[in-house]
Design a protein around this ligand. Structure first.
Ligand SMILES: NC(=O)c1ccc[n+]([C@@H]2O[C@H](COP(=O)([O-])OP(=O)(O)OC[C@H]3O[C@@H](n4cnc5c(N)ncnc54)[C@H](O)[C@@H]3O)[C@@H](O)[C@H]2O)c1
Ligand SMILES: [Zn+2]
Length: 356
């Protein structure tokens, strides 16, 4: 069994760990699922744990729109009815919405009950379930309410990906590309070649392990985002704003990874305009990302709405908008102040956004 450890938790690769889970002596075992992970993942998980006893299921609707305080209230009420206590075992079986929100709900229930993440999307395996950021959306702002709190364990079982749709796989790929761009030139070159030559990327334990290793090593050095960890936000300042604008203003679905891919194009353009990377490097990034992620449409009159979301980004300090930007392929710097006009121009000039 492959294991990655840091001071807070262990990340277990493969399906061998399920048996250990079964043996845990707990008052009750609560499994949080959404409508799709109930359909596609729950039976497999129960089978792997020999349908363990004293289990209770909490099911919520799937989707980013449900990552809110109302859904948390549903979870808390159910936990109270189940007599959940600090000796209960809470398992988040789902994508990033389940792992972010389930972890948040657990972290504040009875001042904190333990939880284990079992991510079921590529994005949550390589990113959302790792690293202790818990949270929910509030007042149309992404992850506005939350806290750092680490899971007790994380189980990475890529068998769970078999039922995941192609767009959701693409969403996860976006964060793998980000790891390459911010800290691993070899990973970037591998992805670039695969995408250009249309080679199928195999989401085996290798690439998943490599991605998690990158995130884990960054978190190990800076667990609560005092410095280095901010580089993981590359693409997310503009990306999160686009995601919020789509979900809360246009009421349209866009995946997290798709928004971040667009954010990475805009933010790489800013790096280029600030003389941090060469035009050739920007073009390389644009060509790779625009091969996989489709164009989106934004109303010209709504650019200010996107800027409003950017102004509420958590990395900002003293009302100054701060970005994490790449300095060269495979290397990223954080805390870079960027001018409002340059941000607007990065959206206007990015060929991946159609202003209508
Ligand atoms: N905490 C962090 O560090 C961090 C990092 C990155 C992203 N995030 C958060 O993660 C969320 C996005 O995660 P996501 O993309 O996993 O979203 P998600 O949880 O909404 O999952 C995407 C869709 O796939 C479905 N699904 C999940 N597993 C499935 C499976 N095995 N088979 C079929 N369908 C399945 C879900 O029901 C959902 O409809 C965002 O809210 C984002 O803010 C958090
Ligand atoms: Zn992300």
């Amino acid at each position: 069994m492959k294991i990655l450890k840091n001071p807070y938790y262990g990340i277990y690769f493969g399906d061998k760990f399920y048996k250990k889970l079964k043996k845990k002596k707990k008052s009750i075992k609560i499994i949080l699922v959404d409508s799709l992970t109930k359909k596609y993942c729950l039976h497999y998980f129960l089978y792997k744990t020999d349908f363990f006893k004293k289990k209770k299921i909490i099911k919520i609707s799937s989707g980013e729109k449900k990552k809110n305080i109302e859904t948390c209230q549903i979870i808390w009420k159910k936990l109270i009815k189940m007599n959940a206590d600090r000796n209960s075992l809470f398992l988040n079986l789902g994508g990033g919405v389940i792992t972010d929100m389930g972890a948040f709900a657990c972290s504040v229930f009875k001042r904190g009950i333990n939880f284990i993440n079992i991510p079921t999307t590529l994005l949550s395996m390589i990113d959302a379930s790792i690293g202790g950021k818990t949270g929910i959306n509030f007042f149309s702002l992404k992850n506005e309410i939350g806290l750092f709190n680490f899971p007790k364990q994380i189980i990475i079982d890529n068998n769970l990906l078999k039922t995941l749709s192609f767009p959701e796989m693409k969403s996860g790929l976006s964060e793998i590309i980000k790891y390459g761009l911010i800290s691993d030139i070899n990973l970037w070159n591998f992805l670039k070649k695969s995408i250009f030559f249309k080679k199928k990327i195999k989401y085996d334990n290798n690439i998943i392990y490599q991605s998690i290793k990158i995130k884990n090593s960054i978190i190990d050095k800076d667990p609560i985002e005092k410095g280095l960890r901010k580089i993981l936000n590359f693409g997310h300042t503009i990306g999160h704003a686009i995601e919020s604008y789509f979900i809360f203003n246009l009421k349209k679905k866009i995946s997290h990874g798709h928004s971040i891919a667009i954010g990475m194009i805009c933010e790489s353009w800013i790096s280029y305009k600030m003389n941090m990377i060469k035009k050739k490097e920007f073009k390389e990034i644009y060509n790779v990302l625009s091969k996989i992620y489709s164009k989106i449409e934004i109303y010209n009159k709504d650019i200010e709405k996107i800027i409003y979301f950017i102004k509420h980004d958590k990395k900002n300090e003293n009302k100054k908008i701060k970005f994490s930007l790449i300095k060269k392929l495979g290397y990223c710097l954080s805390n870079i102040e960027v001018d409002n006009e340059l941000i607007k121009n990065s959206i206007k000039n990015s060929k991946i956004i159609n202003l209508i």
